[in-house]
Design a protein around this ligand. Structure first.
Ligand SMILES: [Fe+2]
Ligand SMILES: [Fe+2]
Length: 185
Protein backbone atom coordinates (compact mmCIF):
# COMPACT_ATOMS: atom_id res chain seq x y z
CA UNK A 1 0.00 0.00 0.00
CA UNK A 2 1.43 3.31 -1.08
CA UNK A 3 0.21 4.96 2.15
CA UNK A 4 3.19 3.33 3.84
CA UNK A 5 5.44 5.47 1.65
CA UNK A 6 3.78 8.60 3.02
CA UNK A 7 4.29 7.26 6.55
CA UNK A 8 8.00 6.74 5.80
CA UNK A 9 8.28 10.35 4.69
CA UNK A 10 6.67 11.46 7.95
CA UNK A 11 9.14 9.34 9.90
CA UNK A 12 11.94 11.16 8.08
CA UNK A 13 10.43 14.50 9.15
CA UNK A 14 10.06 13.29 12.73
CA UNK A 15 13.65 12.08 12.77
CA UNK A 16 14.89 15.48 11.55
CA UNK A 17 12.69 17.08 14.23
CA UNK A 18 14.32 14.89 16.87
CA UNK A 19 17.78 15.73 15.59
CA UNK A 20 17.05 19.45 15.81
CA UNK A 21 15.53 19.16 19.26
CA UNK A 22 18.60 17.28 20.53
CA UNK A 23 21.01 19.76 18.86
CA UNK A 24 18.94 22.71 20.11
CA UNK A 25 18.58 23.87 16.51
CA UNK A 26 15.61 25.87 15.33
CA UNK A 27 12.58 23.64 14.72
CA UNK A 28 9.49 25.42 13.36
CA UNK A 29 6.60 23.94 15.40
CA UNK A 30 4.34 23.83 12.35
CA UNK A 31 6.63 21.36 10.58
CA UNK A 32 5.90 18.80 13.28
CA UNK A 33 2.26 19.89 13.71
CA UNK A 34 1.63 19.57 9.96
CA UNK A 35 3.34 16.18 9.80
CA UNK A 36 1.25 14.97 12.74
CA UNK A 37 -1.83 16.34 10.94
CA UNK A 38 -1.04 14.11 7.95
CA UNK A 39 -0.64 11.16 10.31
CA UNK A 40 -4.03 11.87 11.86
CA UNK A 41 -5.97 12.41 8.64
CA UNK A 42 -4.27 10.13 6.18
CA UNK A 43 -2.61 7.38 8.23
CA UNK A 44 -4.86 6.98 11.25
CA UNK A 45 -8.29 8.01 10.00
CA UNK A 46 -7.89 6.55 6.54
CA UNK A 47 -5.16 3.92 6.13
CA UNK A 48 -5.40 2.29 9.55
CA UNK A 49 -9.16 2.45 9.46
CA UNK A 50 -9.11 0.46 6.21
CA UNK A 51 -6.82 -2.11 7.81
CA UNK A 52 -9.07 -2.34 10.85
CA UNK A 53 -12.36 -2.44 8.96
CA UNK A 54 -11.45 -4.59 5.97
CA UNK A 55 -8.27 -6.56 6.60
CA UNK A 56 -8.03 -7.44 10.28
CA UNK A 57 -11.58 -8.91 10.51
CA UNK A 58 -10.89 -11.20 7.52
CA UNK A 59 -7.75 -12.56 9.13
CA UNK A 60 -9.54 -13.04 12.43
CA UNK A 61 -12.40 -14.85 10.72
CA UNK A 62 -9.94 -17.16 8.96
CA UNK A 63 -8.04 -17.61 12.22
CA UNK A 64 -4.82 -16.52 10.53
CA UNK A 65 -2.04 -14.37 12.06
CA UNK A 66 -4.32 -13.52 14.96
CA UNK A 67 -1.52 -12.68 17.39
CA UNK A 68 0.01 -10.30 14.83
CA UNK A 69 -3.38 -8.69 14.17
CA UNK A 70 -3.88 -8.08 17.89
CA UNK A 71 -0.46 -6.44 18.13
CA UNK A 72 -0.99 -4.28 15.05
CA UNK A 73 -4.37 -3.14 16.36
CA UNK A 74 -2.92 -2.29 19.78
CA UNK A 75 -0.13 -0.35 18.06
CA UNK A 76 -2.66 1.69 16.06
CA UNK A 77 -4.20 2.71 19.39
CA UNK A 78 -0.82 3.54 20.89
CA UNK A 79 0.05 5.54 17.77
CA UNK A 80 -3.09 7.64 18.13
CA UNK A 81 -2.10 8.44 21.71
CA UNK A 82 1.36 9.53 20.54
CA UNK A 83 -0.17 11.70 17.81
CA UNK A 84 -2.43 13.35 20.42
CA UNK A 85 0.66 14.25 22.43
CA UNK A 86 2.56 15.40 19.33
CA UNK A 87 -0.27 17.67 18.16
CA UNK A 88 -0.62 19.08 21.64
CA UNK A 89 3.10 19.81 22.11
CA UNK A 90 4.07 20.95 18.60
CA UNK A 91 3.64 24.61 19.54
CA UNK A 92 6.14 27.38 20.15
CA UNK A 93 5.01 27.68 23.79
CA UNK A 94 5.36 23.98 24.60
CA UNK A 95 8.67 23.68 22.76
CA UNK A 96 10.22 26.49 24.77
CA UNK A 97 9.60 24.49 27.95
CA UNK A 98 12.24 21.84 28.70
CA UNK A 99 9.91 19.22 30.17
CA UNK A 100 7.37 19.55 27.37
CA UNK A 101 10.07 19.53 24.70
CA UNK A 102 11.45 16.32 26.20
CA UNK A 103 7.99 14.79 26.22
CA UNK A 104 7.54 15.75 22.55
CA UNK A 105 10.91 14.20 21.69
CA UNK A 106 9.92 11.05 23.54
CA UNK A 107 6.63 10.82 21.63
CA UNK A 108 8.39 11.27 18.26
CA UNK A 109 10.98 8.70 19.22
CA UNK A 110 8.38 6.16 20.33
CA UNK A 111 6.39 6.77 17.16
CA UNK A 112 9.37 6.09 14.89
CA UNK A 113 10.48 3.11 16.96
CA UNK A 114 7.04 1.49 16.70
CA UNK A 115 6.05 2.33 13.15
CA UNK A 116 9.20 1.22 11.36
CA UNK A 117 8.76 -2.42 12.40
CA UNK A 118 4.95 -2.08 12.28
CA UNK A 119 4.79 -1.15 8.62
CA UNK A 120 7.62 -3.53 7.72
CA UNK A 121 5.68 -6.41 9.28
CA UNK A 122 2.55 -5.43 7.39
CA UNK A 123 4.47 -5.20 4.10
CA UNK A 124 6.29 -8.52 4.50
CA UNK A 125 3.82 -10.71 6.42
CA UNK A 126 0.30 -9.29 6.52
CA UNK A 127 -0.19 -7.93 3.01
CA UNK A 128 1.35 -10.94 1.22
CA UNK A 129 -1.08 -13.16 3.18
CA UNK A 130 -4.22 -11.25 2.14
CA UNK A 131 -4.70 -13.55 -0.84
CA UNK A 132 -4.90 -16.51 1.55
CA UNK A 133 -7.96 -15.09 3.30
CA UNK A 134 -9.91 -13.56 0.40
CA UNK A 135 -10.90 -14.88 -3.03
CA UNK A 136 -9.38 -13.23 -6.14
CA UNK A 137 -12.74 -11.57 -6.73
CA UNK A 138 -12.93 -10.20 -3.18
CA UNK A 139 -9.33 -9.06 -3.52
CA UNK A 140 -10.23 -6.94 -6.51
CA UNK A 141 -13.32 -5.54 -4.77
CA UNK A 142 -11.19 -4.57 -1.78
CA UNK A 143 -8.75 -2.68 -3.98
CA UNK A 144 -11.58 -0.77 -5.59
CA UNK A 145 -13.20 0.00 -2.27
CA UNK A 146 -9.92 1.35 -0.93
CA UNK A 147 -9.53 3.58 -3.94
CA UNK A 148 -13.15 4.83 -3.70
CA UNK A 149 -12.65 5.60 -0.03
CA UNK A 150 -9.48 7.57 -0.80
CA UNK A 151 -11.24 9.64 -3.44
CA UNK A 152 -14.21 10.21 -1.17
CA UNK A 153 -12.07 11.43 1.72
CA UNK A 154 -9.32 13.29 -0.10
CA UNK A 155 -10.61 14.03 -3.61
CA UNK A 156 -9.62 12.56 -6.97
CA UNK A 157 -5.98 13.58 -6.63
CA UNK A 158 -6.01 13.13 -2.85
CA UNK A 159 -2.91 10.99 -2.67
CA UNK A 160 -0.90 13.47 -4.74
CA UNK A 161 -2.09 16.31 -2.51
CA UNK A 162 -0.99 14.52 0.65
CA UNK A 163 2.39 13.69 -0.91
CA UNK A 164 2.79 17.35 -1.92
CA UNK A 165 2.07 18.40 1.67
CA UNK A 166 4.70 15.97 2.99
CA UNK A 167 7.20 17.25 0.40
CA UNK A 168 6.52 20.83 1.46
CA UNK A 169 7.39 19.97 5.07
CA UNK A 170 10.56 18.21 3.91
CA UNK A 171 11.52 21.29 1.88
CA UNK A 172 10.96 23.58 4.88
CA UNK A 173 13.38 21.42 6.89
CA UNK A 174 15.96 21.05 4.13
CA UNK A 175 15.49 17.28 3.81
CA UNK A 176 13.70 17.17 0.47
CA UNK A 177 16.67 16.79 -1.88
CA UNK A 178 17.21 13.03 -2.03
CA UNK A 179 20.86 13.39 -3.07
CA UNK A 180 21.85 14.51 0.41
CA UNK A 181 21.29 10.95 1.63
CA UNK A 182 23.76 9.42 -0.83
CA UNK A 183 27.05 8.67 0.96
CA UNK A 184 30.23 10.07 -0.61
CA UNK A 185 31.71 7.67 -3.17
FE1 LIG B 1 -1.18 -0.84 10.58
FE1 LIG C 1 -0.38 -0.05 7.51
Amino acid sequence: MREHGVLKRILLVYREGLRRLAARENLPPESIANAAGIVRQFIENYHEKLEEDHLFPRFRKANRLTELIDTLQTQHQAGRGLTDITLQLATAAAMSDTAQRDRLAQALNQFIRMYEPHEAREDTILFPAIRDVVSPRQYEDLGERFEDQEHELFGASGFETVVARAAEIERSLGIYDLRQFTPPM
